[in-house]
Unconditional design. Structure first.
Length: 368
């Protein structure tokens, strides 16, 4: 089988490639890679492989890895005619991971990548004669402000918290309308690798926990019982590979979620304090909790410090507030061949240790 992968150098893409290193089911993996003004696609690819020890398969049974320089924002992905024809003949599976994931993105920014980029990938997929399945990676949070216990195929209600959620849902609609053998994989918030705690990219949820640690966020939106659905990146990647290789594509929405095991804000705070003490650091005081009106008052204040919140933490709360005001528990899909989602009391420990050792991404930490 030949897998065409977008978003290979992102947090999930990296773990998918690591999971495939000793997997005999895929014979070839082709990654779409974009060059930058300062770095060619070839240099990015070589550096990425070397940095993450992906140069060769484990025990010689993994797939051959290669890359194509291209761009999901351009027609035909900016590939040559020969490159496109090769993909059309040989690709059996497509996993579309590339996305703009910043919660504070404008609608135009998010739409260009998350919707139009998906449209271009689907156009290529329509012409792949050997295609068995198209896997589209989305987010659990496309349900917007909907609350409570949610089924795996939940539809949004109320309004979207941000343009990221909205455009990921719009991309899902494109996939559903494509007529392709396509499944949608909705992912939890991804904090790091359970194996060694490694965090490839620090995101808004990490910034919130960083604010905890620094004592710059004395108040939090919502309540201590509000849950954030989180999973380790390596578990999530293994689930994706399992779904790609073993499950028939039937238009299903799969929820790769922690479910009832998702940690509450109070539990996260306790875990953070525990790991800080273990590393010789003084933990912050227990935060207070506020409603939406109070948060708006703080956001409009000229001096958020009077509430015990730094301007930086204030900006983070504005971004993540919606996730805490509308708590929800997702029903995880039962994935044949996969163990149940791991509990945060175990996998979060190495992740938090890595975060603390790296200063939440401010310092490089070698985990190899």
């Amino acid at each position: 089988m030949h897998l065409f992968l977008t978003g290979a150098t992102g947090s999930v893409g990296l773990e998918v490639l690591r999971a495939l290193r000793n997997d005999h089911r895929f014979k070839r993996v082709t990654c779409l890679l974009r060059g930058t003004e300062s770095e060619s696609a070839e240099h990015r690819w070589r550096h990425f492989l070397e940095e993450h020890h992906l140069q060769g398969p484990v025990d010689g049974c993994g797939p051959a890895l290669d890359y194509l320089e291209g761009d999901i924002l351009k027609s035909d992905l900016a590939l040559t005619v020969l490159q496109t024809e090769d993909l059309q003949r040989s690709v059996t599976h497509i996993l579309h991971l590339a996305a703009y994931i910043r919660f504070d993105a404008s609608y135009d920014e998010a739409h260009t990548i998350n919707v139009e980029g998906t449209r271009h990938i689907l156009e290529l997929a329509q012409r792949c004669s050997a295609l068995r399945g198209f896997g589209h990676v989305s987010t659990l949070y496309v349900v917007g402000t909907r609350q409570g216990k949610l089924p795996e195929n939940a539809e949004p209600e109320g309004y979207f918290n941000n343009a990221y959620e909205q455009t990921k849902y719009e991309a899902e609609q494109l996939v559903r309308a494509s007529g392709l053998p396509a499944d949608i994989y909705r992912l939890a918030l991804l904090q790091g690798r359970s194996e060694d705690g490694y965090v490839h990219h620090f995101l808004e949820s990490h910034m919130l926990m960083d604010a905890f640690c620094r004592g710059s966020c004395a108040l939090l939106p919502g309540s201590p019982t509000a849950r954030l659905d989180m999973l380790p990146t390596d578990y999530t990647a293994q689930a994706l590979v399992c779904l790609l290789a073993e499950q028939p594509f039937s238009g299903r929405i799969w929820s790769i979620a922690a479910g009832d095991g998702a940690p509450s804000i109070a539990e996260l705070y306790q875990l953070i304090c525990q790991r800080m003490v273990m590393s010789g650091k003084l933990p912050p005081s227990t935060p207070g909790y506020i409603d939406q009106n109070t948060l708006q008052k703080i956001l409009q204040s000229d001096d958020p410090y009077e509430y015990g919140i730094s301007p930086g933490a204030c900006a983070i709360l504005e971004i993540v507030g919606g996730y805490l005001f509308y708590p929800k528990i997702y029903t995880p899909s039962v994935i044949p061949g996969m163990p149940p989602p791991p509990m945060p009391t175990e996998w979060m420990k190495p992740v938090l240790d890595y975060c603390l050792a790296s200063g939440w991404g401010r310092r490089r930490v070698n985990v190899n």
